[in-house]
Design a protein around this ligand. Structure first.
Ligand SMILES: [Zn+2]
Length: 486
């Protein structure tokens, strides 16, 4: 049995100025309160605990909160940040040119580098207070899909770091290619994608069967526009048979909408409905382009929209709106999806973008709605009533957010939304294990990891000309802010 699965009956008492507890089916706020957990589960939240205590940790001016559940958890060195001021995907290496496809796409990272980027990303998620993660990474720099081998390694990393994960390599039957005249076309290799699905299904089964309480399986077909009907049908059947969540990026961009309309004559959601793909095990990032009919179909099927407001806002879009989806009965959860994997920043952005989308006042969207999505929403999506809340009997997935460098009002969640970032997360407990201790992950050399992460990122940037239309040098692919001075 892994270390994280070992039986432990130690009673640990955490205390702080604020505790986000849970009572009568919703979060509640305690002031000057405590959380006690025994082994891997919570035994007391609130005031007046009189039971046994083996260890006490007082965090003072801080919030003790349920850990965040990240259903689109950044798990690579995020290349989308290179697009921040560089919009055209076809001319900035985000669509493979014909010349690159003909030469034969290759893995731009070595197996060791892929393993490191998962380790690094998982440690960053923990630092940001994410206690349950469903990893997401780009496929642009891959030969095709993700591999089982790297996910075997990812499972070891998650177990070693103590992060709760649902793992599954991304697979696809198709891709977009940009011709030398700039036209983007869809191309498919169904056999390759179906073989990847089989490998991914066997991996998910192994994850479900393993004895670590932290490791579970999922299915991760890439984006709807890179999937054939057969791949999605088999994915849906497999997910139901294995009883694992299935995540599919859809309703994300106008390019995707146009491609699905052209190939299948319908909206993405209508097509998924026709394929009998939609179910209560479906997690759909990003869901920003949905018609009223799409929303009705999605609500009817019980899918969860995974809101990633930071990455959407960077591209000038958002859910229109989070609160109106919620009012129509949509299940909503959260994802980080981009660098930095900062859930607090995503919650803040989510409130602001909702207010902008609704062109309404403060009351159109309140802080607790986003906080709910990042905790209870994720737990519901994963059918895990034992996660996302601090309540007796729940898993001890607990984070501490420092407030001693923030201007605080009388409510801790509002203080979090107006003054904090992921860097204020100081301590994290997952399944009762203390995985972030006063800002440090035991056994992880953060400084050395950062050196390696930057070296790998520099390497992937240097390889951009290989897969960019007309193969210009790096300096010509990415614009600069101000001119470089000599
Ligand atoms: Zn995404």
């Amino acid at each position: 049995m892994s270390a994280s699965g070992a039986v432990n009956s130690t009673h640990t008492l955490l205390s702080a100025r604020w505790v986000i507890g849970h009572a009568n089916g919703e979060h509640c706020v305690y002031e000057h309160a405590e959380v006690v957990f025994c082994g891997n589960h919570i035994v007391h939240v609130g005031h007046g605990y009189t039971g046994p205590v083996d260890k006490r940790l007082d965090y003072g001016e801080a919030i003790i909160s349920p850990g965040f559940i990240d259903l689109d958890a950044l798990s690579d060195l995020d290349t989308t940040i290179l697009s921040y001021d560089n919009a055209s995907p076809a001319s900035t290496g985000r669509v493979w040119p014909r010349s690159y496809v003909e030469k034969g796409p290759f893995e731009m990272y070595s197996a060791e580098e892929l393993a490191f980027q998962k380790h690094f990303a998982f440690s960053q998620l923990i630092r940001n207070g994410i206690t349950t993660a469903l990893p997401i990474a780009s496929l642009f720099y891959r030969a095709w899909g993700e591999t089982v081998a790297e996910f075997e390694s990812a499972a070891r990393s998650a177990d070693a770091l103590g992060l709760r994960v649902y793992l599954g390599p991304a697979y696809r039957t198709g891709n977009q290619v940009v011709e030398s005249n700039g036209q983007v076309v869809a191309e498919f290799d169904e056999e390759r994608g179906l073989a990847e699905l089989e490998a991914a299904a066997a991996f998910a089964q192994r994850m479900e069967d393993n004895d670590s309480p932290l490791l579970r399986g999922m299915l991760a077909p890439d984006r709807i526009e890179t999937c054939t009907a057969e791949l999605l049908k088999r994915t849906s059947e497999t997910a139901k048979r294995l009883n694992v969540p299935v995540r599919l990026h859809c309703c994300q961009s106008s390019t995707e909408l146009a491609l699905i309309q052209q190939m299948h004559g319908s909206t993405p959601i209508e097509w998924l409905d026709k394929l009998n793909f939609l179910s209560d095990g479906c997690l759909l990032p990003h869901g920003v382009h949905m018609t009223d009919t799409d929303i009705e179909l999605a609500v009817e099927a019980g899918v969860t929209v995974v809101h990633c407001p930071l990455v959407s806002a960077r591209h000038g879009s958002t859910l229109d709106s989070f609160m109106s989806y919620k009012a129509r009965g949509m299940k909503l959860a959260m994802g980080t999806d981009t660098w930095p994997p900062d859930m607090i920043q995503n919650l803040q952005q989510g409130v602001i973008m909702n207010r902008a989308a609704d062109s309404a006042g403060v009351e159109s969207c309140r802080s607790e709605s986003l906080f709910d999505a990042a905790t209870l929403g994720g737990a519901t999506a994963l059918k895990r009533p034992d996660l996302g809340k601090l309540e007796s009997g729940a898993c001890a997935d607990i984070i501490v957010i420092k407030l001693d460098r923030s201007l605080c009002g009388p409510d801790p969640v509002q203080s979090l939304m107006t003054g904090c970032s992921g860097r204020d997360v100081s301590n994290v407990f997952i399944h009762g294990r203390h995985v972030l201790v006063d800002g440090e992950i035991p056994g992880v050399d953060n400084d050395a990891d950062w050196v390696q992460a930057q070296q790998q990122f520099d390497k992937i940037i240097s390889l951009y000309p290989e897969r960019t239309l007309n193969h210009p040098p790096v300096d010509d692919i990415f614009s600069t802010s101000y001119p470089r001075a000599e």
